[in-house]
Write a protein of this length. Structure first.
Length: 457
């Protein structure tokens, strides 16, 4: 329990609601949301009743989903109605979309007719589309208006807008024809027309676009808000950068979890059940385990060679880990480059050429270190036998081949998965390492057969 939460709890127990109101009013919504989540449900309800309705809705939007749901269950219907009716449409859409269908229908019935129409319209868009992120609250003006008319309109309607950074210009049919930053209206004479400020160049999202594509547009255009149009170009809403950041964070979290060798979690780590956690992780572990069993099969194929030259077995962990590490490095770099748009599918041959040289160079570095390690050690110990020089050559040459192979596999696999329509993050570090382990052993023992034939083999 935080200090703020403890103070609130003490004031509630003491019945000092005037002081509690003052404490709540001094905190930012983000801080207040965190502090309130530490209270009991009935104390949370009491605190929300003390807050002004608009402030309560702002605080509610910053609360974690599980805290929001428990609070809604504890509140009276009239309090829930006030809370939902004052929420911003985009945050309300996200909250309602996370609930079971029956619960969503019950809460929609608590909204005013106007708010219900907005909520139903936004929930009507497919999950994962821009339509689920947008808010219909924005400022739109006509090109024949004067600057004075625009500013007067902003004063009257601006408090309902999600943001005032950008003013949108539409024609008589509601079609978006330009967007103009608010600062441009503040530095020109009041008798000038909107058309005098227009260049008719703007970037807009479609309501049916994917949320991930919206994140890319925000990153490229460096905007705090982007307009959203329907298929005919009519302005129907805007998306703000805070919503785009939430999407980016969720996508990054999902990719990190997949890349770690498990399915993406549907809930935060500390909230998902133990059974759910095991279910998400077991599948990948089984697949990777079955893949690693091929390593034993590969070693069994070279059983006679290992029996003749036991010294080769000493370097198996070194060999397979080097290939897996190089493959994981390449896979990580390529997956990230694909995710941020630095690479496209057509760049695969450029990547291959680049990774061939990188793999050879990295393999040569590790091969040299391995050769020196065996050579220096053999000067003080007979561990590697009289043919230590050939063993050193076997290890060093194998490292060059295995690191090159691991680098190529790690860099090509994300392209193959993207081409097949899968998430490139599926080619995770454990998956690449498992694949390279098996093939690395084959390369290692094949080189050993060639170099050590007639001596140890």
């Amino acid at each position: 329990m935080t200090a703020a939460t403890s103070d609130m709890s003490t004031l509630i127990r003491a019945g000092d609601f005037n002081r509690l109101r003052g404490e709540l009013g001094q905190m930012r919504p983000q801080e207040l949301a965190s502090a309130l989540c530490g209270l009991r449900s009935d104390d949370q309800v009491l605190a929300f009743r003390i807050l002004p309705r608009r402030a309560a809705s702002a605080v509610f939007e910053y609360m974690p989903a599980e805290c929001q749901q428990s609070l809604i269950k504890a509140m009276a219907q009239e309090d829930v109605a006030a809370l939902l009716n004052h929420m911003s449409p985009d945050d309300r859409t996200f909250f309602l979309s996370e609930l079971p269908a029956n619960a969503t229908r019950q809460l929609l019935a608590l909204l005013t007719p106007e708010e219900r129409r907005e909520a139903v319209a936004l929930l009507g868009y497919e999950p994962g589309t821009v339509g689920r992120l947008m808010t219909p609250h924005y400022i739109a003006v006509r090109e024949d208006w004067t600057i004075q008319q625009v500013l007067d309109y902003v004063r009257v309607h601006g408090q309902d807008s999600e943001t005032l950074n950008v003013i949108y210009v539409v024609d008589d049919g509601g079609i978006l024809i330009d967007d103009i930053r608010i600062r441009e209206f503040l530095v020109v004479p009041l008798d000038r027309r909107v058309r005098d400020l227009m260049d008719r160049r703007f970037v807009a999202l479609k309501a049916t676009d994917t949320q991930e594509s919206a994140v890319e547009v925000f990153r490229r255009e460096d905007r705090t808000a982007l307009p959203v149009t329907d298929t005919t170009g009519v302005l129907i809403g805007i998306v703000t950068v805070d919503d785009a950041l939430d999407v980016a964070e969720a996508a990054a979290t999902r990719e990190f979890q997949i890349f770690g060798g498990s399915e993406a979690l549907d809930q935060p780590y500390m909230q998902i059940s133990l059974a759910g956690m095991i279910k998400k992780r077991a599948g990948w572990l089984v697949v990777l385990f079955l893949g690693e069993m091929l390593t034993a099969t590969a070693m069994g194929f070279f059983e006679k060679e290992i029996a003749k030259a036991v010294v080769l077995a000493l370097f198996v962990p070194l060999i397979i880990s080097s290939g897996g590490n190089s493959g994981s490095q390449a896979s990580t770099l390529v997956i990230r480059a694909l995710a941020v748009g630095e690479l496209k599918l057509t760049d695969v041959w450029r990547v291959i050429r680049r990774e061939v040289f990188a793999g050879l160079a990295l393999g040569a570095i590790l091969g040299t270190i391995g050769f020196l390690r065996i050579s220096i050690w053999s000067a003080f110990s007979p561990l590697y036998g009289p043919h230590w020089l050939l063993v050193a050559v076997t290890v060093s040459v194998s490292l060059v081949g295995i690191v090159l192979w691991g680098t190529l596999v790690g860099s090509i696999l994300p392209f193959i998965l993207r081409r097949l329509g899968f998430d490139p993050a599926t080619s995770s570090a454990p998956f690449v390492a498992t694949l390279v382990d098996v093939t690395g052993l084959i390369i290692y023992f094949t080189v050993g057969l060639l170099v050590l034939r007639g001596t140890l083999l």
